[in-house]
Unconditional design. Structure first.
Length: 431
């Protein structure tokens, strides 16, 4: 688990700054704010969402493509203000359900910029999507393709199709691998397109269907990719498949290359998005010239846009060396990824005394559940080093905006935290 370490340039970028020993986020004095608020509370910055989006567009714009688009993965964060932000940025959206489709459209998203990707698309959800003007579907299996085609035939509507492929690369250092031989996601890439395979059957059917218009490929290796060589291997397989398809004079107009760009949860090394861009440039080398390239991302945008604030409720001094800090919320109703993924969210004390002693703490949640700890799985070094704490001090966890809103629960009948959203124009709102 992190201590109060930090990179000054990174923190400036993330709108974090200590002024007179009080932490400010996006110009908001957190001490003053939290003295008037119930905790725990998520505090989001629209400015950082916009910065992250513009950063990705800027970095990847150097690729030689016909056009470049970003599809925000709504599942990473379903706040209305987040969807509205990406709609205002004219973003595409990657959605996985009828509910997400409705949410995007209700918050200003363009239905013609929605990509429906879920592995199970029910006939009613397909019918709803087409009725809303969605034109692009990722086909995940033979059955998925047939279901889409049947609805299209009944509605007499043609839709655009991306065939979702699985390069068979098992990612390590992340729980969220979408590739690999046993993955439920996508259709395995064949070694040789001239031989019989499920991919070839799906591709052939799409090319001959009256209701399905083949536009290209969809691939997503997974979330929080930290080993570039694995990403490179996956992209190499995609590039080889493109070469085989184009040798058959089949036109690929769109390549949706997914995302997986990582954020810093205390890992030893996190590749930059420029390094991912360089891998794409290296591997595809001219193949993107006549194609629309779509990048899908959720975590990279939403994680750094939020700090999660708690109050220290109880400090239990087990012995002179072991201090247990009990917060006023649990990981269940805040950031379940602490346990699910064993990620170390950076922690900062809101108000610091620079002369106080650095003290090791074990930080736990408010329930009786023994799993409810913010560093429960770190048995070798279970401590978080912070300047000396007292009860009613405020702590904030950084990188808290991805999946926390989507995952958190009411376990033990705890209330979900409030949400405070800081708009770029200075308007502040709370849900």
């Amino acid at each position: 688990m992190h201590s109060e370490r930090g990179n000054s340039e990174e923190e400036k970028y993330l709108n974090l700054e200590y002024r007179n020993n009080v932490l400010h986020f996006n110009g908001l004095n957190l001490e003053n704010f939290l003295n008037k608020q119930k905790t725990p509370i998520f505090i989001f910055s629209q400015d950082i969402l916009e910065k992250q989006y513009n950063k990705v567009m800027e970095v990847f714009s150097s690729l030689n493509t016909d056009s470049l688009a970003i599809a925000f993965s709504l599942k990473s964060n379903s706040l209305p203000e987040v969807a509205q932000t990406f709609a205002e940025l004219d973003s595409h959206f990657e959605v996985t359900s009828k509910g997400e489709i409705k949410h995007v459209i209700e918050n200003g998203g363009n239905p013609r910029k929605i990509i429906y990707t879920n592995i199970v698309k029910t006939p009613s959800s397909i019918r709803f999507a087409i009725g809303q003007g969605i034109e692009l579907f990722a086909v995940d299996s033979w059955s998925d393709m047939i279901n889409i085609e049947r609805v299209c035939r009944s509605l007499k509507e043609e839709v655009d199709i991306l065939v979702r492929i699985n390069p068979g690369i098992q990612l390590s250092n992340t729980l969220f691998s979408c590739s690999g031989q046993k993955s439920k996601i996508g259709i395995q890439i064949p070694d040789n397109l001239n031989e019989s395979s499920l991919f070839k059957s799906v591709l052939t059917h799409c090319l001959t269907s009256e209701w399905l218009s083949f536009q290209g490929l969809h691939v997503h290796l997974g979330s929080q990719i930290v080993i570039l060589d694995q990403y490179r291997e996956g992209m190499r397989k995609v590039s080889h498949l493109i070469s085989q398809i184009e040798k058959l004079d089949i036109v690929i107009n769109v390549l949706d290359i997914g995302g997986g760009f990582p954020v810093d949860y205390g890992m030893t090394s996190v590749p930059s998005i420029s390094e991912f861009r360089d891998v794409i440039q290296e591997i595809f080398n001219g193949q993107l010239l006549s194609k629309k390239l779509i990048l899908e991302s959720g975590r990279y945008f939403t994680a750094p846009s939020c700090v999660l604030a708690f109050k220290v409720s109880v400090i239990k001094e087990i012995d002179p060396l072991i201090h247990i800090v009990c917060l006023d919320g649990s990981f269940y109703n805040t950031i379940p990824d602490v346990i699910f993924a064993d990620w170390n969210f950076p922690i900062k004390k809101v108000k610091i005394d620079v002369n106080s002693q650095i003290t090791p703490y074990i930080i736990v949640g408010s329930t009786n559940d023994t799993l409810d700890s913010y560093n429960a799985k770190n048995e070798e070094n279970p401590f978080v080093n912070l300047r000396k704490l007292k009860e009613n001090d405020n702590l904030v966890f950084l990188q808290a905006g991805a999946y926390s809103i989507s995952y958190n629960s009411t376990y033990c009948m705890e209330e979900r935290p409030l949400v405070h959203f800081i708009h770029s124009d200075g308007e502040k709102g709370k849900n």
